[in-house]
Design a protein around this ligand. Structure first.
Ligand code: 26V
Length: 833
């Protein structure tokens, strides 16, 4: 065996990794399933309602992952390779079973095994709870990244938080959103492995003291802290049929023993137990993103908890191998920060290197700046994180010292570059001065990183020209673009097996790992026979979704209707309201007898509103009220349907995106950083109606202007409008718009609930409306009319659908990860024997 360069304490290797691999046959899978179901879980009869069948299948599959996981780790240790830690407060994984079977290539065998005992694999899939450890795009992106990294054999470890409660469930009651806790761990999470042996201690509170050591150097100590234990739970991330299994390491907070004892000795047993509770609160719940959630101390605790535990884990692994020699550390490690959420890692790495490992400031700073890389995911000013200095001082006093020192040196650098430019200094400082001084986390992330990237070409350009302009002038070489993607394994191969089979039958299945091969579909776009097969493959997806909608909402929609879909978080900038105005316009047209040339259309809207976001919740209520009026009007029945799809999540999208004809990507230009739902829809053959925002720009470029329904003001036009925007006169001068507003304002959709929509409607008429909904109404309605006409031309529409899928090759996270790796990470693939 090779010299032991171990991530784990030395010990002799168990046979698992040396003996023969577990067979991947139906027989062997059934045998293991039976073992777990009967012996481990103690079940005697098969009842489909229990979680035990699902668990037993997972255990049988996990066994097969375990061998590959061990081998991947061994090779990583042996090769002492450069690695990336992807630090993210969110990993929106969704379900894992189907993906694991696909990647291991044992779906058929598992299906066969289960059918022998009268079970359906599909039913087993349905028993899995979503791992909903994220809000939306940012968290799902992290999950797609992990799938692509494993598939590309890139040594990337995800570090996140094991929230006890993930993204809340949404119930609709009387049209209103009601939140319910997501107790996703109740029946256990059979994928995870608890690694108590790798627990770390994270400190909070207390104070810092400084003294000189025997060499006269300043030493800093952070004392009288509250310590919390961080326990890692590892989740295997299998690559696609390449034997690689990477790791998602999720930290869970637990009280330390010392901590309990000190409290106990101080007098109160009850206080000790309460303190234990406080410790465990840190990882209790995922914050739903909303401006109102900003500045919560518990959120800062979560961020520091993740950053500290993950960095300590990395340093633990480093010192096992290299002792206290950090000369190669920056060459061998990189920390990718998923937004500013884990940005306190910049200061924490400094602390660990200086206070724990005795490096000097300059050496520590060089390592930090050479290992940290930051991805920005939003331009919305209200979403940019700032923490009150006072809160930081209380919670993380040693970290505040370090941030002040970083800032002092940074300010020095800026004033040398721009002598006397005090405005610039104030703009760039890590501290926003004022009555309540704040720490600007984005500035900390930029100063501490060697790379700063946006997530779509337009977004990255706007960062450099706008939000981060001063920094881009100082360090132009740091800034770069990495356009987002999605994994086609989940978002086409697994969720749309019918279409996937058709595609593979025609062009082979190389697209599963090289999505640009979908370009091979383009020559078939006009082939009548292929077109018919394309429609035939998509129709059952629409029927399946219609059935689900009928079950969830009671609304019947026909699979031949145009499925017009907008699913994403509810936010004013995403303009679900604009979509709703169009729905009301269609309703108005049909009512006034002007609907004859309308194709039957089902408008489907879904998404969660942050619990504290009053306007977003009002929008949900309004959608539901309009839906009730439309759906109960007999004259609408075969023409128009409006449904609000409740509790939208990853699993819902797996059902929805294969069934969509039209993908609504209608944000105010300059507000959506990228969007990733837009890519999932495109891949599955939906056509986009969209503004020139985020990745829509690149989607349109890829598919061609003829195969994309463009509307709305551009970023520059929106900018130019500000200050002279007059929605009142826009409405007044557009008869359709005026009728729509009159209908809503007359209380037509809230007969017995007076005034509930007043604020929402007023926001549209407000000259200060940041989202400029009224400005884009006319061009949106016109673009929708073009959609209507295009849908009547069945061959023309099918052609566009095929061409969209064919042009989606760039939007794979495989490409995104290659880009990150080429420009930022520079990793070698794991070389399995
Ligand atoms: C902010 C906050 C603030 C307070 C508490 C919790 C919380 C959680 C998340 C956020 C920021 C969310 C930013 C975000 O999700 N950005 C989205 O990132 C996607 C992936 O890059 C991108 O496609 C979307 O356009 C962008 O909105």
């Amino acid at each position: 065996m090779s010299a032991k360069k171990d991530m784990e304490p030395a010990g002799s290797e168990i046979e698992l990794l040396q003996g023969p691999a577990l067979p991947m046959t139906a027989d062997a899978i059934l045998q293991d399933f039976t073992h777990y179901f009967g012996r481990m879980l103690g079940r005697r009869t098969i009842q489909t309602q229990t979680p035990f069948l699902y668990q037993s299948v997972v255990f049988a599959v996990r066994d097969r992952l375990m061998e590959r996981w061990g081998k991947t780790r061994n090779v990583l240790q042996r090769d002492d390779q450069r690695r990336v830690c992807y630090l993210s407060l969110e990993f929106l994984m969704g379900r894992l079973l189907r993906n694991a079977l696909l990647n291991l290539d044992i779906e058929k065998e598992t299906d066969e095994a289960l059918s022998r005992i009268g079970l359906q694999l599909e039913d087993i899939y349905d028993r899995e709870y979503d791992a909903g450890l994220g809000n939306g795009g940012l968290g799902r992106l992290a999950a797609c990244f992990l799938d692509s990294c494993a598939t590309l054999a890139l040594p990337v470890t995800g570090y996140g938080i094991r929230y006890q409660y993930g993204m809340f469930h949404q119930r609709i009651e009387d049209g209103y959103q009601v939140e319910e806790p997501d107790v996703w761990l109740r029946a256990g999470f059979p994928w995870e492995i608890e690694r108590l042996d790798f627990a770390q201690t994270v400190h909070f509170g207390g104070r810092t003291v400084a003294h000189k050591d025997d060499k006269g150097r300043m030493q800093y100590e952070w004392i009288d802290t509250h310590a919390v234990l961080a326990i890692p739970f590892d989740v295997p991330i299998p690559g696609y049929r390449n034997e690689v299994v990477n790791t998602l390491r999720l930290w869970s907070a637990s009280a330390t023993n010392e901590f309990d004892l000190t409290e106990f000795n101080a007098g109160s047993y009850v206080d000790a137990v309460a303190a234990k509770n406080a410790a465990e609160n840190i990882t209790m719940v995922l914050y739903p993103n909303a401006a109102t959630e900003n500045g919560q101390e518990l959120r800062l605790r979560q961020q520091y908890f993740l950053a500290s535990a993950s960095l300590q884990d990395t340093l633990r692994i480093w010192t096992l191998d290299h002792g206290e020699d950090f000369s190669e550390f920056a060459a061998k490690n990189c920390f990718q920060l998923n937004d500013t959420h884990p940005a306190v890692a910049v200061a924490e790495l400094m602390r660990l290197l200086i206070d724990r490992h005795n490096l000097g400031w300059d050496d520590a700073w060089e390592i930090t700046q050479r290992t940290m890389a930051y991805t920005n995911h939003t331009l919305l000013p209200e979403a940019l994180e700032q923490w009150p200095v006072a809160m930081f001082r209380n919670l993380l006093p040693r970290l505040l010292d370090i941030i002040y020192e970083i800032n002092a040196r940074f300010i020095q650098e800026v004033s040398q570059a721009w002598p006397g430019d005090t405005d610039r200094l104030a703009r760039m400082s890590l501290i926003a001065e004022g009555s309540e001084p704040m720490i600007r986390m984005a500035h900390l992330a930029i100063v501490g990183s060697y790379s700063v990237n946006g997530v779509a070409a337009l977004h990255s350009e706007l960062l450099v020209k706008g939000l981060f302009r001063d920094f881009a002038e100082l360090w132009p070489q740091k800034f770069n673009n990495k356009t987002n993607g999605v994994t086609q394994r989940r978002w086409l191969a697994a969720c749309n097996p019918g279409l996937a089979a058709l595609i593979s039958a025609r062009i082979g299945d190389g697209w599963v790992t090289e999505l640009t091969e979908l370009a091979g579909l383009a020559p078939l776009a006009d082939d009548a026979e292929f077109q018919a097969q394309w429609r035939a493959a998509r129709l059952p997806n629409k029927e399946r979704l219609a059935q689900k909608i009928a079950k969830k909402t009671g609304v019947a929609i026909d699979a031949t209707m145009l499925f017009d879909v907008q699913v994403k978080r509810i936010h004013e900038y995403k303009r679900q309201l604009l979509n709703l105005l169009h729905a009301v316009h269609l309703y108005d047209r049909i009512r006034r007898g002007d609907g004859d040339d309308l194709v039957p259309r089902a408008i489907i809207i879904g998404g969660k509103a942050a619990p504290g976001y009053v306007m977003a919740k009002g929008i949900i209520k309004c959608i539901n009220n309009v839906a009730r009026v439309i759906n109960s009007d007999p004259s609408m029945s075969d023409k128009l349907r409006l449904v609000f799809y409740p509790d939208y999540n990853v699993t819902a999208m797996e059902l929805i995106c294969p069934a969509a004809d039209l993908s609504e990507q209608i944000s105010t230009a300059g507000k959506e950083a990228s969007g990733t739902g837009n890519m999932k829809f495109m891949m599955n053959g939906a056509i986009t109606i969209g503004t020139l925002d985020g990745a829509n720009v690149e989607i349109r470029e890829a598919v061609g202007a003829d195969n994309f329904f463009l509307f709305g003001n551009t970023v520059d036009e929106i900018e130019a409008l500000r200050g002279q925007y007059d929605p009142g006169s826009i409405i007044e001068n557009d008869v359709d718009f005026k009728r729509v507003m009159t209908l809503i304002e007359s209380g037509h959709f809230n007969r017995f609930e007076p005034h509930i929509f007043d604020d929402m409607v007023r926001s549209i008429r407000e000259p200060s409306d940041a989202w400029m909904t009224a400005a884009d109404f006319r061009s949106f309605v016109d673009a929708q009319a073009a959609v209507n006409d295009a849908y009547k031309d069945v061959a023309g529409w099918t052609r566009m659908s095929i061409l969209n899928s064919a042009a989606s090759g760039r939007f794979s996270t495989d490409r995104t990860m290659r880009d990150y790796n080429r420009d930022i990470w520079r990793l070698d693939p794991i070389a399995l024997d």
